[in-house]
Design a protein around this ligand. Structure first.
Ligand code: PEP
Ligand code: MN
Length: 264
């Protein structure tokens, strides 16, 4: 496979503007679940900038379980993201759910995210594979590691080698966490593929109080970075209100990671 270590032994490093993912330093991808307003996104981006973190996430096209829930601001949200990024020097990442959204999103953001629900959307994988923009591929809700690897292979086989993988928890019988963080996926993906591997501690756990230990475990297991959701006022967030960190909690999280000695 094109994604395999046998095919390419050196680590793939994704260079996006001034950010480098998969290189010698860890990457923290942070930002709100959904882009809600300029003020909201700017507050998070400014906090990140002050902390020396430069990859901003935020959904504009949200894959919600219920069709009656907030679906995201769409292109308006992406415009906000571009404005905030230009102002704060952030590299941006946002989810697209269909091939029809590619051209619009490409005008505003730096990295496409393919969400867990679309990991098996082969038309989307092929279409994003035909672009030359970096892409962050999330593990499917119930995808095996093998299926995850083949989904990434679709992207590379279609011509895009700027691919990053992210473990975001899988469905198990366990109910005390939102999903089950499969930490073993990290070293396996690092050994089997040459792609950068990140861990989403927000959607995998759904529990603020265990995000730091899970992030430490991820780095100890060889992850290249962490994704975490941050919102200025999580109680009123339009999605994932329960699990987004507020600004103070985020700063505490970062301090904890730095103090651990695992973060470089
Ligand atoms: C997200 O990161 O915004 C998201 C919807 O996550 P997932 O696709 O992993 O559920
Ligand atoms: Mn979310």
């Amino acid at each position: 496979l094109l994604v395999s270590r046998q095919y390419k032994s050196e680590d793939t490093i994704i260079q996006v503007k001034h950010a480098e993912i998969g290189g010698s330093s860890h990457t923290i991808v942070a930002g709100p679940c959904a882009i809600e307003s300029r003020e909201q996104l700017l507050t998070v981006a400014t906090t990140m900038k002050n902390a020396g973190i430069n990859v901003l996430r935020g959904g504009a096209f949200k894959p919600r379980t219920s069709p009656y829930d907030f679906q995201g601001l769409g292109e308006e949200g992406l415009k906000i993201m571009k404005e905030v990024a230009d102002e704060t020097g952030m590299v941006t990442i946002s989810e697209i759910m269909s091939p029809a959204q590619i051209d619009t999103a490409a005008r505003y953001i730096d990295i496409f995210q393919i969400g867990a629900r679309n990991m098996h959307n082969f038309d989307l994988l092929r279409a994003v594979g035909q672009t030359q923009k970096p892409v962050l591929l999330k593990r499917g809700l119930s995808a095996t590691i093998e299926e995850f690897i083949y989904a990434a292979e679709y992207l590379l086989a279609s011509g895009n080698s700027q691919v990053m993988l992210i473990e975001r928890g899988i469905r198990t019988y366990e109910k005390w966490t939102r999903n089950t963080l499969d930490i073993s996926a990290v070293p396996i993906l690092k050994q089997e593929t040459h792609l950068p591997v990140l861990v989403d501690v927000t959607h995998s756990t759904g529990r603020k109080e265990i995000m730091l230990p899970c992030a430490k475990a991820a780095l100890a297991a060889g992850a290249d970075g962490i994704m975490i959701e941050v919102h200025p006022n999580p109680q009123v967030a339009l999605s994932d209100a329960k699990q987004q960190l507020n600004i103070n909690e985020f700063n505490t999280f970062l301090q904890g990671l730095r103090d651990s000695g695992l973060y470089r």
